[in-house]
Design a protein around this ligand. Structure first.
Ligand SMILES: [Zn+2]
Ligand SMILES: [Zn+2]
Length: 447
């Protein structure tokens, strides 16, 4: 009988798309299951051209955009494709956090396979499903608690909370019959939950793991500027201190830490933070998962307002916010009172907002990876057209290159597999324990 093995079915030489299969005798457990960001999926499917909702797995398998694994996909999503349906051969899926590159393909999975998520992640996913087109499918949802071991057959999984740019992110310690490993998920330690990340890596070091699966988003050359969350706060303070008329900012929609930072900065500057209905919905849904009063909730927190855009229909989930919401015309009349969080997708509202020339636009997201990023060009065309002042201010969701190497040393793992990175070779500086994984190859965990 062969010992436990690990296979990387995604997240190899790419940022995102983690799909990690651990096999131990009869037991098979998968960690994360999301689409690759780029370039693979986008070579065939783009905004206007998507897999058919009736047979998504079939349409993705056509181009090998998802792994060809038997006993994983639902009968419906396989349709009459060449990978035939088989009853489940994977016994559980653990989701590290609710970012799309880790959870975005759960809807392809056989609906009888249990999906293990943190309690907060389940709440986030429900809020995302309600207010966007993202669908995770029907599953037996198994909700785990911080540091409480979960058993799937003979495999034991211990979820540890870590700091990341979405709340309720986890790393995992995994104990198999003959070996232990740690999978970091995505993490940083310059955000508000840095202590969680430290505690996770302390546990990994104490366990003397055989294998460390570590994300390396920022490994290798990374010219992009990075601040801590506190650094973002003081940078935003400086912009607001100059008392502009309307101030605007854009962030990732699920970066609750950033929304709290913007809210605190706005309050300090005697402004109201104005958010989209989607953000309002998310904040009100996740607030009960946090200590009371930690998350500002529209309708309850002073100085938090909701922006209503010009559109024909409103959804049921938007309705609780609409009575008190501000239209662009009102924001325009009293610009000095507001910090408006404006998604790039909602830029046509600028035509009604007409901010005075030189008004600040705070880009609180990561800088583009490439010079010829189309979205970035479009954003700057709009900002130039309206004469807005661009400010880049972001705290990454990921640890820096030097922090990653320090952690590899700290854990003393026997074998280190860098994943979720375009530069796995940057880890080789950490010594001979580093092994660059290849897609689909089974690696023995013990011996
Ligand atoms: Zn990721
Ligand atoms: Zn992430």
């Amino acid at each position: 009988m062969k010992g436990p093995t690990i296979r990387f079915l995604g997240g190899v030489r790419e940022i995102g798309g983690n799909k990690i299969l651990i096999e131990d005798g009869p037991d098979r457990v998968l960690f994360d299951f999301g689409p690759s960001f780029s370039p693979r999926v986008e070579e065939f499917y783009v905004d206007y051209l998507q897999p058919r909702s009736t047979c998504r797995a079939k349409d993705l398998l056509e181009f090998d955009l998802v792994p060809r694994i038997s006993g994983l996909y639902s009968r419906e999503s396989l349709g009459d494709g060449d990978l035939a349906y088989a009853p489940p051969e994977v016994h559980g899926i653990f989701v590290s956090h609710a970012h799309a590159d880790h959870a975005g393909y759960l809807d392809l999975i056989d609906p009888t396979i249990p999906v293990h998520v943190g309690e907060g992640t389940r709440t986030l996913m429900s809020a995302i499903e309600t207010s966007t087109r993202m669908k995770y499918g029907e599953h037996p949802w198994e909700v785990f608690s911080d540091r409480a071991p979960v058993r799937v057959g003979g495999i034991e999984v211990v979820p540890y909370p870590v700091d990341h740019s979405i709340p309720f992110a986890y790393g995992f310690l995994v104990r198999t019959s003959e070996a232990t490993l740690a999978y970091t998920g995505d993490f940083r330690h310059h955000g508000p939950r840095a202590d969680d990340t430290h505690a996770f890596f302390a546990a990994v070091a104490a366990e003397k793991v055989d294998a460390l699966l570590i994300e390396g988003t920022r490994a290798g050359p990374d010219p992009r500027r990075n601040l801590s969350e506190a650094g973002v706060r003081s940078a935003v303070d400086r912009v607001l201190h100059a008392s502009p008329e309307l101030a605007m900012a854009c962030t990732y929609p699920r970066d609750i830490d950033r929304l709290r930072t913007l809210y605190a900065a706005a309050r300090e500057a005697d402004r109201e933070l104005v958010v989209s209905t989607r953000t309002a919905h998310l904040l009100s849904q996740v607030a009960p998962r946090f200590p009371s009063g930690e998350i500002p909730v529209p309708g309850q927190a002073p100085g938090l307002r909701v922006h209503v855009r010009k559109k024909r229909v409103s959804y049921l989930w938007e309705r609780p916010f609409l009575d008190e919401a501000l239209a662009s015309e009102e924001v325009r009349r009293q610009g000095r009172k507001y910090l408006l969080a404006l998604d790039l997708a909602h830029f046509p509202e600028l035509i009604d907002l007409r901010p005075p020339k030189g008004s600040p636009f705070i880009h609180s997201m990561s800088e583009p990876f490439s010079e010829d990023d189309v979205d970035d060009k479009v954003m700057h065309n709009w900002l130039d057209h309206f004469g807005l002042q661009f400010h880049q201010m972001h705290a990454s969701g990921h640890a820096s290159a030097s922090e990653l190497l320090d952690l590899v040393h700290l854990t003393g793992a026997r074998t280190v597999y860098p994943i979720h990175t375009e530069h796995p070779e940057a880890f080789e500086k950490a010594g001979p324990s580093v092994r660059l994984p290849e897609l689909g190859v089974p690696y023995p965990l013990s011996g």
